[in-house]
Design a binder for this molecule. Structure first.
Ligand SMILES: Cc1cc2nc3c(=O)[nH]c(=O)nc-3n(C[C@H](O)[C@H](O)[C@H](O)COP(=O)(O)O)c2cc1C
Length: 201
């Protein structure tokens, strides 16, 4: 892994020393953003910190990055479809919704944020969010074009999710992949990992 992804945050270093994080189940939802490849480093960072990282990819996320690096770095199969075969009788999305200590969605698209706000359940990630056990925390790291982020529809969806207890990190300002300068970039993944570890206690 390149040195730019070395964990620099003091919070993350402190969390590394905390045994409380070990074995906690983090469901990492990856959605169809150009920033989806950055979630590979996020999965790796959290796994190295002792989290049990279970990656769930939307169909669009798989247009940007394959499940393979997530599977290898998280050391678990990746959920890529609501109808994925699983061992045992329980559907994978219910199993993960029951086990999660944290549902972390990074990057989160405008589309997925809207679906979460509406409570839609048309894919594995949104089913997990709806069936999530009440002890689990939700952390959302959006990434999108600045106009999408600032659109009143997205503002309302974010506000609605915050009222329900979901936490957001980012997006940050900078040069966007769509060519515009502005708000919309995924928050640096080392800091997303640090916040996730903080939430896990
Ligand atoms: C090249 C490209 C980059 C995209 N990047 C983003 C993005 O960063 N954020 C976003 O909200 N949508 C982005 N989209 C649009 C989403 O992929 C689209 O809304 C999709 O339906 C999201 O599905 P999902 O939320 O189920 O993953 C992008 C589309 C393309 C073709």
């Amino acid at each position: 892994m390149s040195s730019k992804f070395k964990v620099q945050s003091s919070k993350l270093k402190a969390a590394r020393r905390s045994p409380a994080v070990g074995g906690r189940c983090v469901v990492l939802g990856v959605t169809g953003s150009i920033a989806a490849h950055k979630a590979v480093d996020l999965a790796s960072l959290l796994t190295k910190q002792g989290c049990d990282v279970r990656v769930v990819m939307t169909a669009d996320a798989q247009r940007f990055v394959t499940p393979l690096p997530f599977k290898t770095l998280s050391r678990h199969p990746v959920v890529t479809d609501l109808y994925d075969e699983v061992e045992g009788w329980k559907p994978a999305h219910i199993q993960l919704a029951d086990e999660a200590a944290l549902l972390l969605i990074a990057p989160a698209t405008a589309n997925t944020i809207a679906k979460l706000a509406l409570g839609l359940a048309d894919d594995a990630l949104n089913c997990i969010a709806l069936a999530l056990n009440p002890r689990a925390k939700i952390l959302i790291a959006p990434a999108m074009n600045g106009k999408m982020w600032l659109h009143p529809a997205t503002r309302e969806n974010v506000a609605r999710l915050k009222r329900r207890g979901a936490q957001f990190i980012g997006p940050e300002e900078g040069l966007l992949s769509c060519g515009y300068e502005g708000i919309g970039r995924l928050w640096p993944v080392d800091q997303v990992a640090a916040r996730a570890l903080e939430l896990l206690g």
